[in-house]
Structure formats: C-alpha cells, structure tokens
Design a protein around this ligand. Structure first.
Ligand code: 2PG
Length: 225
C-alpha cells in the first residue's frame, strides 16, 4: 500500500478578502499559517519521499511548514508552474461577491466550477519574468478553464508523482483548489459534469491509499469547503 497526500495551501490574503487569485502571488494570512501547522499535525508519522508544489508562495510556504513540523525538511521538493492554481484571467484580484452582482450567480458559478468555462481573458499576458522567465511568451496564459489547467497538471502527475507511487514511495502534493480538483478528477475518474460539485478546503489533508496498480483502496475525501 502506498499513500498520496494532497493539501491545499492555508488561507491566503486573497482568500481572506474573498478575491479571485489564480496566478497572483499572495502570501498566507496568520490563519493560513495556523492551518498549515494544523494540517501537519494531522499528518504526524506520515513519511514521504518527495514533495511537489507550485511556484506560488502560498503553496510553497504551506509545504515548508508541513515539512518542518514533520522534521522532513531534507525531503526533496519540486516547485513547478504545472501545479499552479488555474489562471483566473481578468477576474483575478476581483471580489467574488462583486462579480456575482455584476454578472449573476449562475455565470460566476460556471466560471468557478464548470470544467470547460473560461473566465474572461486578460487583454495581454503578464510579462514572463520571475518563475516564468524561461517561458516562451506564448506559454503565458491569459485565463484558463479547469479543462485547460487539467491538460498541464495531469502530465506532471503522471510523469513525476504516479511513477513514484508505483515504486511504493509515498508522495506529498501541496497545491491549490483547482489543481487538486483536477487531480481528484483524474484519480477518481470523475465525469466532466460531476467535477463541478467537488470542493477542496484550505489546509485539510486529502489522503489516498493505493494498491500496487494505483487502484484506490481508501480515501478520506469528503466534500467540505
Ligand atoms: O481564487 C482562486 O484562485 C480559487 C481558489 O482560491 O478560487 P475559486 O474557489 O473561486 O476557484
């Protein structure tokens, strides 16, 4: 039996303001730091061979807190843009309630939870500096549906996570709401329409136990937010 644990970062400053975040690089609130410590305490005794996170600091900070609490600071960590949150396009930084008033509850629900709906696009992509400085500019998204994000997330999982699980090595992924929703969809073979009911809470470890063919033996997933 091998384990995969996925943790959504602790509450971010944008979460606290009820703002769309996506690729905005915001940090954790004090509450978010506490949530990361609580997540680590729930994982007491869990050992993993590799940590996978995004290039966004709310996830990296959460991963470091968990590694530190578990005295597993030495475990290698990979930070990849492929595990970034879904890009929220022109919605990022906006207040979610304000967009409900402007565009209606149904449209906002589609942007947030449907598999194929693409949030309004940025007029031009952000400059590709910082973690994206070696990107071809054409790779910088202007917005992403969950489907588009899935196309970049799942190949990373298959190449770098599931192969290690098949080797019997426990893995930890510390990422984002939509990143983890995409992975839940893949792992549990959830349909395109049913994925819109899946929610991922900040700082609540999601634990999967697999057999040696990566069939799910056990999971603690419940739909809480
Ligand atoms: O703002 C975001 O990037 C995400 C996750 O925090 O929000 P939502 O729940 O709307 O997908």
């Amino acid at each position: 039996m091998v384990k995969l644990v996925m943790v959504r970062h602790g509450e971010s400053t944008a979460n606290a303001l009820n703002q769309y975040t996506g690729w905005n690089n915001v940090g954790l609130t004090q509450e978010g730091i506490v949530q990361a410590h609580v997540a680590a305490k729930k994982l007491k005794g869990f050992e993993f061979e590799h940590v996978h996170t995004s290039v966004l600091k709310r996830a990296i900070m959460t991963a470091y807190i968990i590694q530190d609490e578990l005295n597993l600071n030495y475990v290698p960590i990979t930070k990849t843009w492929r595990l970034n949150e879904r890009h929220y396009g022109a919605l990022r930084g906006q207040n979610k309630d304000a967009t409900r008033r402007e565009f209606g509850v149904d449209q906002v629900h589609l942007w947030r939870r449907s598999f194929y709906s693409i949030p309004p696009q940025l007029k031009r992509p952000d400059p590709n500096n910082g973690p994206y400085k070696y990107f071809d500019s054409n790779m910088m998204p202007t917005s992403e549906s969950l489907y588009q994000a899935y196309q970049r997330i799942v190949p990373y999982y298959v190449d770098h996570v599931s192969n290690r699980l098949l080797d019997g090595k426990n893995q930890l992924i510390v990422a984002h709401g939509s990143t983890i929703r995409a992975l839940i969809k893949y792992i549990e073979r959830i349909s395109d329409s049913d994925i819109d009911g899946v929610e991922v809470a900040n700082g609540k470890p999601l634990i999967y136990e697999f057999d040696n063919k990566l069939n799910i033996i056990n999971s603690n997933r419940t739909n809480t937010k």
